[in-house]
Design a protein around this ligand. Structure first.
Ligand SMILES: *Cc1c(COP(=O)(O)O)cnc(C)c1O
Length: 481
């Protein structure tokens, strides 16, 4: 790039006088726009100096529009709403369970004011912050006491640190789970100051295996629900009930990490083999642990419920403070749990249960209607409704598939991954799944009122589809001819 071309770049003031940037100054604040223009121009100069000589240099009008779009895109929040068309209901990457209207209303009412977080309004005295939800958890699980922490990983670490510090935790070799990231049970144990004592084999662990491992050093008998895998074939596992008999005999607590936190049997929703909190307490588990944002359908948190003496010990551990939840989580959890008190209405009021119980007819009708609408875009070669399998996800029930319907899209010139990206970064943002060179938009986790957002997202992409050169805009300040 010859240096004189660089001198032709309009000045910051000239650019600020252009209509697109004037408009932006009116909407956003001036200093933000000025610094945006400066850094765009700086990038442009750097790129021009290193670029090949045949770059097309934008005109002043083009440049102003481009800078305005660039600043605009930069103003979009990084964390924003997404239409989940992946078919994974509890997608951890998409924030797991959507909250109920009641939970949102409660968050709102608590957020803009002070709240009785740790004050008993009756006496005016300090109280435990989780009393706001403890009674609800007790009623729904049958446990004597409960506390709530940041998530189930935290619940597990806190419980083991409090009940098995410098002691053995006996757990089956078939249940040494890895949840993802760096959460592996053996490492969690070390981090909590507990010692892992693994018993049995990967596929079979009998009560006698636990029994022969019990020593003076034993702190806890731990049972973990293998949420994200199944051991199939020649298998045997020990029931909570049998472990409880053994634990009582040796005066050792049984801790059951049930994972997803089903509060009732979800078999009618097509989900079997998920432990139900109340069943585990009824079988005698001393402490149960589960997530708030998986099958329970509430905010991210970890629930610890069980016998009063153990909950009291856990509460006294210094890590309790480090893992405590805020008033927003507490209010959302309380509101969600209240919805469970009405068994006739919970499947319409808890969004996750609503998604799980949407009929296949409903999904098929919507997929067919959407397919017709999306087929109208010229760059869509074919859009058709197809029956597919959705998954619960979120580290839960990987092997259990849920029947679903998708819109399957074939895009011209192998543009599937480009379209997937443009739908993700668009507004509204839509996340689908690419499978066998087709883009699938699975409706199992899409609320009916979001169908039109999918059409809107396609409209925003416009009539040019994947051939639109603007898709490069995010990467370069120059056109590469
Ligand atoms: C998901 C899961 C966890 C971790 O729960 P988070 O709420 O994600 O921290 C722990 N144990 C089991 C069995 C799980 O399924």
């Amino acid at each position: 790039m010859p240096p004189q071309v660089l001198r032709n770049i309009p000045s910051v003031n000239e650019l600020l006088d252009s209509p697109p940037l004037q408009l932006l100054v009116k909407r956003a604040n001036r200093s933000l726009v000025v610094s945006g223009v400066r850094s765009f121009l700086e990038n442009l100069r750097n790129e021009a100096q290193t670029a090949a000589t045949d770059v097309h240099f934008p005109t002043a009008t083009e440049l102003a529009q481009r800078i305005a779009d660039w600043i605009d895109a930069d103003q979009q929040p990084t964390l924003r709403p997404v239409v989940n068309a992946t078919g994974i209901l509890l997608h951890t990457g998409l924030g797991r369970a959507p909250l109920a209207e009641e939970a949102i209303a409660e968050i709102t009412s608590i957020a803009d004011s002070y709240a009785s977080v740790e004050i008993d309004l009756e006496t005016g005295e300090r109280c435990q912050r989780t009393v706001a939800v403890e009674k609800l958890i007790r009623d729904l699980t049958g446990a004597e006491a409960a506390i709530v922490v940041n998530n189930n990983a935290g619940a597990t670490m806190l419980t083991l640190a409090a009940l098995a510090n410098d002691q053995d935790v006996i757990v089956s070799r078939g249940e040494l789970i890895e949840i993802g990231g760096s959460y592996r049970l053996p490492e969690v144990m070390t981090a909590c100051g507990a010692r892992l004592c693994e018993v049995g084999s990967t596929n079979k662990t009998r009560i006698a295996d636990y029994e022969s491992a019990i020593t003076e050093q034993t702190g806890v008998l731990l049972k973990v629900h293998t949420s994200n895998y199944v051991v199939m074939g020649f298998t045997e596992e020990t029931s909570v009930r049998d472990l409880v008999v053994l634990g009582r005999h040796h005066d050792r607590p049984v801790v059951h990490d049930i994972g997803s936190g089903a509060l009732f049997d979800l078999a009618p929703f097509g989900i079997s083999d998920e432990p139900v909190a109340r069943d585990s307490i009824a079988a005698g588990a001393d402490v149960i642990l589960f997530s708030g944002d998986k099958l329970l359908g509430g905010p991210q948190c970890g629930i610890i419920a069980g016998r009063r003496e153990f909950i009291a010990t856990i509460l006294k551990h210094p890590m309790t403070r480090a893992l405590r939840v805020d008033k927003l989580t507490l209010s959302a959890l309380a509101a969600t749990l209240r919805l469970y008190q009405d068994p006739d209405r919970r499947q319409t009021t808890v969004p996750l249960l609503r998604l799980l119980s949407t009929s296949l007819d409903n999904l098929q009708n919507r997929a067919e209607r959407l397919a017709i609408q999306l087929a109208a875009f010229p760059w869509v070669v074919e859009a058709k409704a197809v029956s597919e399998e959705a998954y619960l996800g979120g580290g839960s029930v990987p092997t259990q598939q849920l029947a679903s319907w998708c819109v399957s899209l074939e895009i011209q010139q192998n543009g599937v991954s480009d379209l997937a990206r443009r739908l993700r970064i668009g507004c509204p943002s839509v996340v689908g799944r690419v499978q066998r060179n087709q883009l699938l938009l699975d409706l199992r986790a899409v609320f009916p009122q979001q169908d039109m957002l999918i059409v809107e997202a396609f409209e925003k992409i416009g009539s040019t589809g994947n051939e639109n050169p603007d898709s490069k805009e995010q990467h370069s300040h120059l056109d590469e001819n």
